[in-house]
Design a protein around this ligand. Structure first.
Ligand SMILES: [Zn+2]
Length: 341
């Protein structure tokens, strides 16, 4: 079985964006009560949005299940306040739940959290609990920078985040570290902001004792770990200079990378540098890069091809990367999707 740990509902029906536009437009009007409002999306709208996109690519590329979350760049936690984010997150998560209910063999849900710059995390804890216990979700996306490119939040290792981590540990669900859109013109969202955040999160984990406080807390750093595998020697050297644990020991049970690196040489490096136990197959389709690579004639984000083509990784390790690690890092997956007999 091939589990893609990284997919977003980037093709959601237009009504979702219509809702969001109206919600943002209403932010300037403080006269009435804050209403959540509703979404008019039919099951057929959902089917139509997926059949020609994520489901088509699953079939064409030979992947089985996608761990599926709301569109990351649309989380936009910097807009409005915690109530804005709560209403928006609940609608987005409910929509993912409908996707997973319509296609229970193809999608398993991961939730967006109602983060807001400077706000306490109570609403995130509640929404995570709702998503896991009521919607059957198996993880969450945590935005280390809800300000959208200005980095005003404390580091992920700060006690600010501990209420969320306590709930993640209690529910036994991991988080993917995933920023959203950038409102800082220096940082292109998917080209710079995402990769910056991946790299930044890793260095934060390296310099603090978070996993001593939470030995079972698990994070997936997406996009191949940002710049980390390429600069593994720098991070090993820094860890040594700073009297920190060896990197293999630091990440072993707690930090995982996906394979959302869109060329063979990058995947080869990732698999050569990072232990196979710490790599989860992911493609982020349909997502950040949607085109076809003229050098190969294949989609850039068809990352399964790259893993398939690597010869110096054992079949045992490929099974870990394609399925077993996802089941270990997202143990609730096993309640949703049975392992093949
Ligand atoms: Zn993503």
């Amino acid at each position: 079985m091939i589990i893609d740990c990284h997919g977003h509902y980037t093709t959601a029906p237009k009504a979702l964006q219509v809702y969001r536009d109206a919600q943002i437009a209403a932010l300037g009007d403080q006269s009435g009560p804050r209403t959540k409002g509703g979404l008019a999306i039919s099951d057929d709208d959902i089917r139509e949005s997926l059949e020609g996109a994520q489901l088509k690519f699953q079939r064409e590329r030979g992947t089985d299940v996608t761990i599926f979350s709301p569109r990351a760049s649309a989380m936009a936690h910097h807009i409005g306040d915690v109530t804005t984010s709560l209403h928006w997150s609940q609608h987005c998560n409910d929509l993912i739940h409908r996707v997973c209910s319509l296609y229970p063999n193809n999608f398993v849900g991961v939730c967006q959290l109602p983060q807001s710059p400077g706000a306490p995390l109570d609403a995130c804890v509640e929404e995570l609990e709702r998503a896991v216990n009521q919607l059957g979700f198996i993880g969450c996306n945590v935005n280390p920078d809800p300000s959208g490119g200005h980095w005003t939040a404390p580091p992920l290792t700060d006690r600010y985040w501990y209420p969320l981590y306590e709930k993640m540990v209690e529910l036994d669900v991991p988080a993917m570290v995933h920023v959203s859109s950038s409102c800082n013109p220096n940082f292109h969202a998917t080209g710079a902001h995402y990769i910056n955040a991946d790299t930044t999160a890793f260095m934060q984990f390296l310099t603090a004792d978070l996993f001593k406080d939470f030995p079972t807390l698990r994070f997936i750093i997406p996009h191949g770990g940002g710049a980390v595998p390429y600069h593994w020697g720098r991070y090993r050297g820094l860890a040594q200079d700073l009297k920190r644990p060896r990197l293999d020991d630091l990440i072993r049970d707690n930090v995982f990378f996906d394979t959302c690196v869109y060329h063979l040489a990058g995947i080869e490096l990732l698999l050569k540098i990072v232990p196979a136990d710490n790599i989860l197959f992911g493609s982020e389709m349909v997502g950040a890069v949607r085109g076809i690579d003229p050098e190969t004639g294949h989609y850039f984000d068809d990352t399964k091809r790259y893993v398939d083509h690597i010869t110096n990784v054992s079949d045992t390790d490929k099974r870990k990367i394609f399925e077993e690690n996802a089941r270990r890092v997202y143990p609730r997956m096993n309640e949703r999707i049975l392992a093949p007999a």
